[in-house]
Design a protein around this ligand. Structure first.
Ligand code: ATP
Ligand code: MG
Length: 354
């Protein structure tokens, strides 16, 4: 196994920049999840690590080796794509054995490796089937098995679970966690799924327009997002952003003084962008002394999500999403007192956390 070092990696197609100045060290055995909006460069970064596309600047090291100009087959990485790309005319057994066959491993070793991986992924009963005779989840496990059987230094997963239904996704997510613990492999995993990112990652890397926005443990990105992009990208429903101001009396939003709400640094003064998570708010009846918040608004729309509900609250010109437990007493049109428990404060120009 081996770690990965990305040193000032950049990728351009003509004058179109796809990756810019990517500097990240991934430790041996670490599980890194790569997230970001569509087109931000996630697959390009993964393909660059695999050697499936060349980079226009910088260097990539895997373990102690500079692999920048090493061909994909000599990098000892395995990539699992969203489309499983199994060989349709080969059985599961032959699909699993294929990477070892082209490596010219001895037949007995191939047989043993296939049996071990089939056991690990519960594919034993499916070995003689063709991919067309498998469910999506089973195919996905075969694709994973074909990657594992080579015992690569690094696994690269590009949205490997996105074709599965919710139940199977959850199942495979847990399997991936188990597998990672068992193999101790270094993994870079691209996903659009927040839960996948938060549950699997040792560290999450957020990419936006080819630039790394923040890298850190899920909790850290959630509790202390480096900028408004990360703040609104992670967390569902998204963090509310409002224009505000901090003076000697603390924070005010739309002229309403909220005081020194937790999260407002004592040294901050001037115009700010206020970030408020829907979960960092308490909703109370306007007359109650729950927080005696001067922030009172009207419920515009409510959405029930089962265990909790989202209230869309209008306070003056601002709209705020607030999460409350179900059963919720709030109906559209009701007046509600909004008590912010914790806020994040950002520079309104750069979007950086203050
Ligand atoms: N061969 C190419 N020539 C020119 N531009 C390309 C090429 N391949 C990719 N791009 C561009 O690079 C950018 C990043 O693409 P990439 O596939 O890495 O995005 P992504 O983050 O994986 O997106 P998604 O979440 O939709 O899979 C996109 O704007 C894409 O159009
Ligand atoms: Mg992609």
């Amino acid at each position: 196994m081996a770690g990965i070092q990305l040193r000032s990696v950049e990728k351009r197609y003509g004058d179109t920049w796809v990756l810019r100045g990517i500097d990240v060290s991934i430790a041996d055995g670490e599980y890194v999840v790569l997230v970001g909006p569509s087109g931000c460069g996630k697959s390009t970064l993964l393909r660059s690590i695999a050697g499936l596309n060349d980079i226009t600047g910088g260097a990539i090291h895997i373990g102690a080796r500079d692999v920048t100009r090493v061909s994909p087959r000599d990098r000892n990485v395995a990539m699992v794509f969203q489309s499983y790309a199994l060989y349709p005319h080969m059985t599961v057994r032959e699909n699993l054995a294929f990477p070892l066959k082209i490596r010219k491993d001895p037949p007995a070793a191939i047989q043993a490796a296939v049996a071990e991986v089939a056991g690990m992924l519960e594919l034993g009963a499916l070995l003689d089937r063709l991919p067309g005779q498998l469910s999506g989840g089973q195919r996905q496990r075969v694709a994973m098995g074909r990657a594992i059987v080579r015992r690569p230094d690094v696994f690269l997963f590009d949205e490997p679970l996105s074709n599965l239904d919710a139940a199977l996704r959850h199942h495979m997510r847990v399997e991936l966690k188990r597998l990672h613990r068992r193999l101790g492999a270094t993994v870079v995993h691209v996903t659009h799924d927040q839960v996948e990112a938060l549950t699997l990652a040792d560290r999450i890397l957020v990419l936006h327009q080819g630039v790394v926005q923040q890298v850190g443990p899920p909790r850290e990105l959630f509790d202390a997002p480096a900028n408004t992009f990360v703040a609104t990208f992670l967390g569902s429903p998204a963090m509310n952003l409002l224009p505000g101001r901090v003076d000697d009396a603390g924070l005010s939003v739309g002229g309403v003084a909220l005081g020194w709400v937790d999260g407002v640094g004592k040294a901050v003064r001037g115009d700010v962008t206020v970030g408020l998570r829907p979960t960092d708010v308490v909703a109370a009846a306007p007359s109650s002394a729950a927080g005696a918040s001067p922030w009172v608004g009207a419920v515009d729309v409510t959405e029930s999500l089962g265990a909790e509900a989202l209230l869309h609250v209008e306070i003056g010109p601002h709209k705020l999403v607030v999460q409350v437990p179900e059963p919720s007493p709030w109906r559209a049109g009701a007046q509600v007192q909004v008590v912010p428990r914790r806020v994040h404060v950002f520079d309104p120009g750069s979007g950086r956390r203050l």
